[in-house]
Design a protein around this ligand. Structure first.
Ligand code: FCB
Length: 384
């Protein structure tokens, strides 16, 4: 494991999540809410996809998620064939010499859990830990890095606050319950992973944002500081002592004019209207230095169907990451979102985040030019 932490072994990869790419997931809460259908058929085409990542695009690591509803289709019943499937997936990555990072909850949950209240259910920390323990017992030797929950606050906000994601709730009480359960579930999963494998490296994936004061007025500065503390650090502070590293997804920059957010200048935006602001990654990384933990950039990417902006996006984000590293930020890897075009949750198949374009009618893969630019960056070790 030590070798993962040496800078020569910096991880350069891309990320996916099961529901967004695999296809054929019929037994998750999202299946009824918004089906991803066949998605990218990655469940059957993973070899071809990993060949592209490793052989054509020079990547040495991959982040994926294991779909809970496949592994435990009914409460307490594990599907050995599905475990075998993920064993093959991970073994193939290993065969290609890639480091593996596995996420255990990437927004979707089994239907049986949804029937009990999904992440509001009192027993969810126990249920999650049981699933995690089983996966760890079966697959630990093929997994280099584990992350428990992907973007807990984003999930909670969209699913239980704004109500735009399954299970479409809008309730403060639900938000409170879900966050409490996520904290407990993370801790229990952390313990289970370490009990199964004392060498396990376990983190959490946070969506952290750069909050900038719109002016030097004290109220604007206060608003930026309070948002940073709550959105970026509060959850991490609740799970201190239960983290071997921090995973950070970086997408957003917010200019804060008291009491809330001022519309961004939006010089360059993605197809989803998200502002491109590479410098923000530097500040997000600096903010995490206080935890004295290794950091992996677990996601960073752009919806850009025409591939006009992506190459520059990657170059600039990597440059700001390298500046933070040069100043001491302990960043150990960068995973671009995403390897493939995929199912972008409420936005469906419209947004194109892939380094590799997917034609959903034929399932044909076409490598985008920007993916080769990323491959060059990898060959040059990020320009170091
Ligand atoms: C992140 C999610 C990921 C993907 C990207 C665009 O919030 O973790 O699944 O949807 O955004």
């Amino acid at each position: 494991m030590q070798e993962l932490y040496e800078s020569e072994n910096f991880l350069w990869g891309s990320a996916t999540s099961a529901y967004q790419v695999e296809g054929g997931i019929e037994n998750a809460d999202w299946s009824a809410f918004k089906s991803a259908g066949a998605a990218c058929e990655h469940y059957h085409r993973f070899r071809e996809d990993f060949d592209l990542a490793a052989d054509e695009l020079c990547q040495n690591a991959h982040r994926l998620s294991i779909e809970w509803s496949r592994i435990e289709p009914e409460e307490g019943v594990f599907d050995e064939e599905e475990i075998e499937h993920y064993r093959e997936v991970l073994a193939y990555l290993k065969e290609k010499g890639m480091t593996t990072m596995v996420t255990l909850h990437h927004f979707t949950s089994p239907q049986w859990l949804a029937d009990k209240g999904t992440w509001e259910h009192k027993a969810v920390p126990k249920c999650f830990a049981r699933f995690v323990r089983k996966v760890a017992e079966e697959l630990y030797s093929l997994v280099d890095l584990w992350t428990t929950i992907n973007e807990p606050l984003i999930y909670t906000y969209l699913s239980y606050g704004a109500g735009t994601w399954s299970p479409q709730k809008r309730s403060y009480r639900a938000v409170f319950r879900v966050i409490r359960n996520q904290i407990l579930a993370h801790k229990k999963a952390y313990q289970a992973l370490h009990e199964v494998d004392p060498e396990a490296r376990v983190g959490l994936v946070k969506n952290n944002q750069y909050f900038e004061a719109y002016s030097s007025a004290p109220w604007d500065r206060l608003s930026a500081a309070v948002h940073s503390w709550f959105i970026n650090r509060w959850f991490l502070n609740r799970v201190k002592g239960y983290l071997d590293f921090i995973g950070v997804n970086y997408y957003f920059h917010n200019r804060m004019q008291f009491p809330a957010r001022k519309k961004n200048a939006n010089e360059v935006t993605s197809d989803l209207g998200w502002e491109v602001y590479p410098r923000g990654l530097y500040y997000v990384l600096k903010e995490l230095e206080r935890y004295s933990l290794p950091i992996y950039i677990t996601e960073n990417g752009i919806a850009d169907a025409q591939d006009r902006v992506r190459a520059g996006f990657i170059r600039d984000h990597v440059a700001w990451m390298e500046k933070a590293r040069a100043e001491g930020a302990d960043v150990r890897g960068y995973f671009h979102w995403s390897l493939l075009d995929n199912f972008e949750w409420a936005d469906g198949f419209g947004p194109r985040f892939g380094l590799v374009e997917v034609d959903y009618a034929t399932q044909e893969r076409t490598i985008r030019d920007s993916a080769y630019v990323y491959a060059d960056i990898i060959r040059n070790k990020g320009g170091r």
